[in-house]
Design a protein around this ligand. Sequence first.
Ligand code: FE2
Length: 357
Amino acid sequence: MNRQRNLNSTLRNSAPILAALLAVTLAACSPNGADQAADQDADKAAQTTEITLYSGQHESLAKALADGFERDTGIQVRLRAGKDGALANQIIEEGQRSRADVFITEEPGPMGDLARRGLLTPVSDEILAKSAQRFVPAGGSWLPWAARSRVFYYNPELIDEADLPESILDLANPEWKGRFAYAPSGAFRSTTAYLINTIGADATLDWLKAIRENGINEQKNGKVRDSVEAGQHEFGLSNHYYWYIMTRNSDSPEDIVSRVHFLNNEDAGALMLASGAGVLAASGKQTEAMQFLDWLVAADGGQKVVAESSPQFPVNSNVESIYDLPAINTLTFPEFDQAELDNVDEASDLLKQAGII
Ligand SMILES: [Fe+2]
């Protein structure tokens, strides 16, 4: 009895030392201080009503969504902002240990990549029904919650809208050499993935090489926009919303010279790409994470936030953007399954082979 009490008291006295030793060991296992802090944050999230959101979207939009969800539901959102591809790779590396409960992207590809690897919990039909059905990926592994159109920006002082090519495939022809800008963005990679699926990898590689030869790589979509506006190129390939952001931020929008050209046909240059949201299968917060997705496509929830804080297209047909966008159902663009753009690695390989990235 006495011996037992002594043992208990010894254990009690040594508990703080053991805890300190454990903390040192855990800190030593952690690759760096930032990760450790993130882990501690995530541990805290596990104890309160919080979800951890990894976001590859524009940070201002992701923040507006996180704030809106917190306001409407009382569930706190811990936001980790980054780039689609880097965050997807992080989730793949973290596997079952991933801190992410929800992942939102700019592009469909990284979401499809995670779905193919079985890392996402399928979304219920009830939630998917609130989105635009033409964007819902086969299998319903992730939720489309916003859309962006590939477009041309053109400078009417240098080229008439009527003279723009009808297909981005035409840009491989010598007549366009030195006349247009592009950027190897996520959406350009999606376009590459789409071309692989439709014209084949060999023809896509040939096209990419011709783009590198004929076009000017401005690296960023914003730079494509600004250089066309400044008259450095006749036109450029980009996403529709960067131009609307420029008009919003301009002190004198009436002085803006460049214009957006929606190809309005079934060419790859008119692609409408869905931004995705997925719940990580490894998340211990399935209910709250799905609640975020449900809120994200609700007309008075996330869709209102998208409509008011970004010129990307909302996907709930009951919600209209406050920006002067064409109605999505008045535009023509290719019909395809957004799930099929999961060949992001192959697309990246071709971009490298062509010397674009
Ligand atoms: Fe973007």
